[in-house]
Design a protein around this ligand. Structure first.
Ligand code: KG4
Ligand code: ZN
Length: 354
């Protein structure tokens, strides 16, 4: 079964053709993403209207290129060739939430139109669960979770921080999440205070690696609370107070702030996730979302795992599938195929876990 999947929940316009190999392994046949990140960098963050306009600009080009790439086709008559390839797919999957309403609508209405015209099944996908399904995309570069369930899933993105207990990809229990800012948002807000480019996560990670001597620390709220909740807005306040107090923030100090802020975020993510793995007796943890691209997070997770009394294996998607992408939407649709009549599918910006 071959699926065309579409992701437009925020600032990426992405399309992929994926198919299932073996029981839980997803093969990406082609994958094209256009990002309006550079544009949002100029405004220091995403302005929803700008993101939606970019989605309109890119959606048809991205889908067309993805279809042509799936057959390695170079042709002068791109649209007609793409249409022929499109007729061969078995279904269409699309992110229907959560996300920015304007951005989501572009993907959802495009997918509905294609499903209607081509008489193909349409599978609406929850973007958050897809971040976890990204772990099932094949890659020669990373180990693969062969029998991962039951497991703990940690979703850490620019908009969400959620901890879940999965008994299968379809059956899960939400354990906790952030009470305010998401983990990725915390990286981005600290970055803005330090005049770093948006999104700041990758640069904060790089700068933290340059720190030789640890002189600073910020606290992680809720670190010792008896629940699975997170809170990151206080970190921004701590960094803001520090930055306002210091007269001269040179590059060395900037790197130290990055190190301390990243540590405060990482410490609580690891602590609550390992607590959940212990309580639910899980030997697998699946990460997902943009922050799961952070190598320091993974290295420190693995270091802490070594000191656990029971064996735990940590998985995270390979780099291109950590941040928003259509391949993970197709992967989730193949692992949990639930087609819905196109008339009933609508964008749900506030969609959460049901
Ligand atoms: O999953 P994603 O692409 O978008 C949402 O669904 O929100 O995540 C984007 C977030 C941004 O906040 C970005 O700063 C963060 O992921 N991010 C990172 C890294 N790469 C991306 N945070 C920390 N370290 C990274 N290497
Ligand atoms: Zn995301």
């Amino acid at each position: 079964m071959k699926i065309l999947s579409i992701e437009t929940s925020c600032d990426e316009t992405s399309a992929a053709i994926v198919e299932k190999e073996k029981d839980t392994q997803i093969k990406v046949i082609s994958h094209v993403t256009a990002s309006s990140m550079t544009l949002h960098g100029t405004t220091g963050g995403i302005i929803p209207e700008n993101a939606a306009r970019e989605q309109v600009k890119w959606i048809m080009r991205v889908i067309t290129q993805c279809l042509l790439q799936s057959k390695n086709k170079k042709t002068k008559n791109e649209l007609s060739e793409a249409h022929t390839i499109l007729k061969e797919v078995d279904g269409i999957a699309v992110t229907y939430g959560p996300g920015l309403i304007g951005s989501l609508i572009i993907g959802v209405e495009t997918a509905k139109t294609l499903a209607f015209i081509l008489k193909k099944p349409l599978i609406p996908v929850n973007h958050l669960l897809a971040h976890i399904s990204a772990n099932f995309i094949q890659s020669p570069r990373s180990p693969f979770p062969l029998s991962p369930f039951p497991c703990i899933g940690l979703i850490v993105s620019g908009g969400h921080t959620d901890l879940l207990y999965f008994t299968s990809i379809k059956k899960y229990q939400w354990l906790g999440g952030t009470r305010d800012d998401a983990a990725g948002e915390a990286f981005d807000k600290v970055g803005r205070l330090l005049n770093l480019s948006y999104p700041a996560g990758p640069e904060i990670e790089k700068r933290a690696l340059n720190v030789k001597k640890i002189t600073l620390s910020f606290t992680s709220p809720l670190l010792n609370s008896n629940d699975y909740d997170f809170s990151f807005s206080g970190l921004k306040a701590q960094v803001m107070r520090f930055v306002q107090k210091e007269k001269n923030i040179n590059e060395v100090l900037k790197n130290e702030i990055c190190y301390a802020a990243q540590k405060a975020i990482i410490d609580i993510l690891i602590s609550k996730t390992l607590k959940a793995a212990k309580e639910f007796n899980c030997s697998t943890i699946l990460l997902g979302g943009g922050v799961s691209a952070n190598q320091t997070l993974k290295a420190q997770f693995n270091e802490k795992i070594m000191h656990q009394s029971h064996t735990i294996q940590l998985f995270s998607p390979v780099a291109p599938y950590c941040t928003d992408n259509a391949a993970m939407i197709g992967a989730h649709a193949l692992l949990d195929p639930n087609p819905v009549n196109w008339r009933e599918v609508k964008a749900e910006p506030e969609l959460y876990f049901t």
